[in-house]
Design a protein around this ligand. Structure first.
Ligand SMILES: C[S@@+](CC[C@H](N)C(=O)[O-])C[C@H]1O[C@@H](n2cnc3c(N)ncnc32)[C@H](O)[C@@H]1O
Length: 213
């Protein structure tokens, strides 16, 4: 419980820092890892929002794969949600359902969505990824909530993910470990095929094994 409270405070602190920075770019904060020895070559808005290059990659995946339904866990300030929505707007169809369980952070994310001109592509929810109900088949899952629950989260949505759907798990560096280990565990269990992208915070790209031809 103590840990939980500390974590929330950290999110609120970074939220205030992000407001003061007004969208200025900084060098990536994550320490070097064996797979990514030069994190400073990447950029970030803040340490919660995904690296700028990962945001660009997300948008490119949306325009490449043309998903009908994208699910994101962990909206934070909805920056990644907006990059996904930009891709959907270019495609001319689709929806991103994104959840943020902290009500203070969610309120700010809602403001950002409302002022973005992209609201019609976004279904933003103030709920936990472990309770959120999504209807329909998922083409792309971006798992970016609390690292310890990512395995549970992916397993929860797995039956709804299309056989050729894409699963992305952020924060999967060898330093952060827990998300990386969760992805490799699900691979060992025969649930996923996994690629570990050597970005500063680490990005797992995966597909489920079931249903491929
Ligand atoms: C790393 S940030 C997300 C960053 C965002 N995806 C981006 O790149 O712009 C993680 C967020 O997940 C939220 N979170 C943590 N556990 C959650 C859960 N079970 N369901 C929904 N949101 C959660 C936290 O409050 C935090 O705002």
């Amino acid at each position: 419980m103590q840990l939980f409270k500390k974590k929330l405070k950290q999110e609120h602190k970074i939220m205030r820092q992000a407001e003061l920075a007004k969208g200025a770019l900084l060098p990536e904060y994550h320490r070097p890892t064996s797979e990514c020895p030069h994190p400073e070559r990447w950029s970030m808005y803040d340490s919660m929002t995904a690296e700028v290059e990962v945001l660009e990659f997300l948008r490119a995946l949306i325009t490449t794969l043309k998903p009908n339904l994208v699910v994101e866990t962990g909206s934070f300030l909805a920056v990644s949600t907006l990059w996904i929505a930009e891709g959907l707007k270019r495609n001319g169809f689709g929806k991103v359902v994104s959840c943020e369980f902290d009500p203070v952070v969610y309120a700010k994310a809602r403001e950002n969505v409302a002022s973005s001109g992209l609201a019609e592509w976004i279904d933003l929810r103030n709920e936990s990824s472990l309770e959120m109900q999504v209807n329909g088949e998922i083409d792309l899952l971006f798992s970016d909530s609390d690292p310890p629950i990512r395995e549970q989260e992916v397993k929860r949505f797995l039956p709804q993910i299309r056989p050729y759907g894409m699963i992305l798990m952020h924060d999967a560096s060898s330093h952060l470990k827990i998300v990386r280990e969760a992805a490799l565990k699900m691979e060992a269990e025969g649930l996923l095929s996994v690629i570990l992208l050597p970005t500063p915070r680490g990005l797992v790209m995966a597909q489920k094994r079931a249903g491929r031809q």
